[in-house]
Design a protein around this ligand. Structure first.
Ligand code: PLP
Length: 397
């Protein structure tokens, strides 16, 4: 058995394979150049066009381009009037911003544990967490797998609650043909560098109604009654008025320039992601020390993240040692996520401790995310598999 690279052996590949590389090309570059030549860089016609095309893609009517998904989650809570004294329910197995926006509104973050097999917010535990102060549920379509939205929406409507979907991972995710992010009052999408389509930093939201969209559009740009590009166009001069102290969350045309082409490429990206997922599935199903997340039938998974679960009782290393061994083999890896209730801010503020959300904790100690992006070559994929096999083989009990 060849020595592990972390112990001084030769790594499975000579160059380092990044956990993620964005797939952007000359189409995006040409469109950015066009924006440069036009002299219009900030929110303008390209943002408008992207909003229209993304809305068509989602089969939705009310879409706004933003500078992040976090902005969309935050605007959703602001527009729904969430503030001190309110409670908002979400999952602890998420990126900090999902809950940070609740804290920004001085509301109370209430975590509900995940299903152990999918790592999605467990609708079966929701009812017990709802109190008279509960106002919103934020389900997270973790890794790109749709949450059980029919169950969540039915609880929300029965208990008079709003739903803001965190669809950061879920651009292509659907349930019975309906896109994730279009079930709730607001759905927020991310176009961050690692996401299934990207402009480096960016996001969008989808709103349930025209009325809510208007409110969100105003909040997105300082709470002004007129967008900048409408103020400066050829029509008669109009003064803006600050109607509410809003935010600076608008998308720039330079971001939209990239996204227009990323949207065109999304189906091709997905085809390659699916090939990689199939190859990983086939290879890892032969390794008894690894577990996989359950994928439910009849949903479309966005396959944003490929997660393996280490069966730690069958291995002689822990998850962080596994990460270091993989990186030494020249394979970039990541963790999505370490349970948020055990991060210092949430632990200190709410007094959370180990044992509070056992499934999220157990997962967050044993999950590893592997590279999954369209520009991975077949050889890259084989090198990831070879590294996983090598590290596991050295650490079998
Ligand atoms: C689950 C989840 N929600 C929200 C976000 C925030 O997205 P953004 O960086 O676009 O604000 C992320 C970012 O990775 C995420 O993974």
């Amino acid at each position: 058995m060849s020595k592990l690279a972390i112990d001084g052996g030769k790594p499975v590949r000579d160059d380092f394979l990044f956990f993620h590389r964005s797939s952007v090309g000359k189409e995006e570059l040409n469109e950015i150049e066009d924006s440069f030549k036009s002299g219009w860089l900030t929110t303008g016609p390209k943002t408008g066009l992207f909003e229209k095309r993304f809305a068509e893609y989602l089969g939705a009517e009310h879409v706004l381009g933003l500078n992040s998904c976090t902005a969309g989650l935050h605007l959703g809570l602001v527009a729904l009037g969430i503030g001190p004294g309110d409670e908002v329910i979400t999952t602890p197995l998420t990126f900090p911003s999902t809950a940070n926006v609740i804290e920004h509104q001085h509301a109370k973050t209430v975590f509900v544990d995940v299903e152990p097999d999918t790592l999605l917010l467990d609708p079966g535990l929701l009812e017990d967490a709802i109190t008279p102060a509960t106002e919103v549920i934020i389900p997270v379509h973790y890794a790109g797998h749709p949450c059980d939205m029919p169950a969540i929406m039915s609880i929300a409507s029965r208990r008079g609650l709003h739903v803001v979907e965190d669809a950061a991972h879920a651009i292509e995710a659907k349930i019975d043909g309906k896109h994730c992010g279009t079930f709730g009052d607001v759905g927020a999408f991310s176009f961050y560098a690692t996401k299934n389509m990207t402009c480096g930093e960016g996001g969008a939201l989808c709103a349930r109604s025209e009325e809510l969209l208007h409110k969100l559009a105003m909040l997105r740009l300082h709470g002004l009654s007129k967008d900048a590009w409408k103020r400066y166009d050829k029509g008669g001069f109009t003064h803006y008025e600050c109607v509410v102290p809003g935010y600076k969350y608008n998308m720039m045309d330079i971001q939209a320039a990239m996204l227009l082409h990323q949207l065109d490429k999304l189906a091709g990206f997905r085809k390659r992601r699916l090939e990689i997922v199939s190859r990983y599935d086939a290879a890892f199903s032969h390794i008894p020390e690894l577990g996989a997340l359950t994928r439910k039938p009849n949903v479309q998974h966005a396959h944003h993240i490929y997660v393996i679960l280490l069966n730690l009782d069958q291995l002689t290393l822990d998850r962080d040692e596994f990460l270091n061994a993989m990186q030494a083999e020249n394979i970039g890896v990541a963790v999505h996520f370490r349970a948020l209730h055990l991060h210092p801010y949430y632990q200190n503020k709410y007094g959370f401790k180990r044992g509070d959300f056992p499934y999220a904790e157990a997962a967050s100690d044993r999950i590893v995310s592997l590279p999954l992006y369209p520009s991975l070559s077949d050889d890259d994929v084989e090198s990831v598999i070879a590294a996983v096999e090598k590290v596991v083989k050295h650490h079998r009990r």
